[in-house]
Ligand binder design. Structure first.
Ligand code: AHM
Ligand code: MG
Length: 332
C-alpha cells in the first residue's frame, strides 16, 4: 500500500525531532479533525438550505447556523479539547479567544484562523477555504494568555496552512520545511498525501485580482494591468485573468500552476481588504515555503509586518517569484 495519511506523515516528520514532545503533531492532528468536520458541513450546505433558511430553525428544532459560525465553533471545540493551544484569534471574533479546555492554560501554542474564507461563495457552490497559522506563545505556559501571543509577525510562525473545499477537500500545510498537500479520501475519512513537496513555478501567466476596482488602484497597478494585456510572446503575454473571489481557491490554483494573486490598496481601502493575521501571513508563509514570494507592494515581505491589532489589513501580492518582482517593479 503506498498511501500516507496525514496522521502517518505527521508522525514520520516528528521522528526528525527526537526531543519534541509531540504537541505540535497533536495540534496539527486536531486541525485535521476540525477540517474534516467542516468539509462534511460544507458538502451538505445546499441540503441545509433546503431544510431551512439560515437564521431559522430546522426540522429537528435546532437553529440553522451559518457555515462560518459552524467553522469557527468547530475549531474552538477541536483546539480546546486538544490542550496544546492556550488561545485563538479568529476572523469571526472581535477579541482574542482564551481557550477553556482542561489543559488549555498550559498549552504552548496560539492559533490564528479564518474558519471559512470566501463565505460569500457558499450559496453559489464555489470553492471556499479555511486558513490557519500557529505560533509559539510568548507568555509563560500556565498563565493567562496575552494579546501579544497572537500579535506576532509572520517570521515567528511555527506553521501555517489552508484547507480548500473544492472539487475535493485538500489540506496544504508547512511547518517551515517545505509544503505538502493532502487530499481527503471521503471513503476512509482520511487526508492522504497527494502533493508532496509542492514547489510553485517561478513564472506563470495567470493574474488574479478584482479588476472591477481598477479605477481606485495605485498608478503602478493600473500600468501593470495594461502591461499584462499587451502582446509579447517571449514574456508569455497577454496573461490570463483568473479570479474567483475565494482567496484560498485563487491562491491554490496559482500555487500549483504559477501565477500572481493581488489585493492592492484602493482609494477607499488604503490597506486593501485582506486581514494580515488571518489571511495574508499564513498564505505568505506557504508561498515562500514553496519558493514563491509575498509582499505588501513596497518590496517588503508580508511576513515582516508587525501586527498592531487583530483585524489589521494589508495589501497583498503573492505567488510566483518573478511575477511578484515584476509587479513590484511597476509599483516603484
Ligand atoms: P471574507 O473573509 O469575508 O470571506 O473575505 C475574504 C475574501 C477572499 O477570500 C477573497 O480573495 C476576497 O475576499 C475577495 O474580495 P473582493 O470581492 O473584494 O474581490
Ligand atoms: Mg476571510
Amino acid at each position: 500500500m503506498s498511501i500516507t495519511t496525514l496522521g502517518q506523515f505527521i508522525i514520520e516528520k516528528q521522528m526528525d525531532f527526537p526531543f519534541a514532545k509531540g504537541e505540535l503533531s497533536r495540534l496539527l492532528r486536531d486541525i485535521g479533525i476540525a477540517s474534516k468536520i467542516i468539509s462534511r458541513e460544507v458538502n451538505k450546505a445546499g441540503l441545509t438550505q433546503i431544510l431551512g433558511d439560515f437564521g431559522s430553525v430546522n426540522v429537528q428544532g435546532e437553529d440553522v447556523k451559518k457555515l462560518d459560525i459552524i467553522g469557527n465553533e468547530t475549531f474552538i471545540w477541536a483546539l480546546s479539547k486538544g490542550g496544546e493551544v492556550c488561545a485563538m484569534a479568529s476572523e469571526e471574533n472581535d477579541d482574542m479567544i482564551p481557550l477553556n479546555g482542561f489543559y488549555s492554560k498550559s498549552g504552548k501554542y496560539v492559533v490564528c484562523i479564518d474558519p471559512l474564507d470566501g463565505s460569500s461563495n457558499i450559496d453559489v457552490n464555489v470553492s471556499i477555504g479555511t486558513i490557519f497559522s500557529i505560533y509559539r506563545r510568548i507568555s509563560e505556559p500556565g498563565t493567562e494568555p496575552d494579546l501579544k501571543d497572537v500579535l506576532q509577525a509572520g517570521n515567528q510562525l511555527v506553521g501555517a496552512g489552508y484547507v480548500v473545499y473544492g472539487t475535493s477537500t485538500m489540506l496544504v500545510y508547512s511547518t517551515g520545511a517545505g509544503v505538502n498537500g493532502f487530499t481527503l479520501d471521503p471513503s476512509i475519512g482520511e487526508f492522504c498525501l497527494s502533493h508532496p513537496d509542492i514547489m510553485t513555478p517561478k513564472d506563470g501567466k495567470v493574474y488574479s485580482i478584482n479588476e472591477g476596482n481598477a479605477a481606485e488602484f495605485p498608478e503602478g497597478v493600473k500600468t501593470y494591468l495594461d502591461w499584462v494585456k499587451g502582446t509579447n510572446k517571449e514574456e508569455n503575454r497577454p496573461y490570463t485573468a483568473r479570479y474567483i473571489g475565494s482567496m484560498v481557491a485563487d491562491f491554490h490554483r496559482n500555487l500549483l500552476k504559477g501565477g500572481v494573486f493581488i489585493y492592492p490598496p484602493t482609494a477607499k481601502a488604503p490597506n486593501g481588504k485582506l486581514r494580515l493575521l488571518f489571511e495574508c501571513i499564513p498564505m505568505a508563509f506557504i508561498s515562500e515555503q514553496a519558493g514563491g514570494k509575498a509582499t505588501i507592494g513596497d518590496g517588503s515581505r508580508i511576513l515582516d509586518v508587525i501586527p498592531e491589532k487583530l483585524h489589521q489589513r494589508v495589501p497583498a501580492i503573492m505567488g510566483s517569484a518573478n511575477m511578484v518582482d515584476k509587479l513590484e517593479d511597476f509599483m516603484k
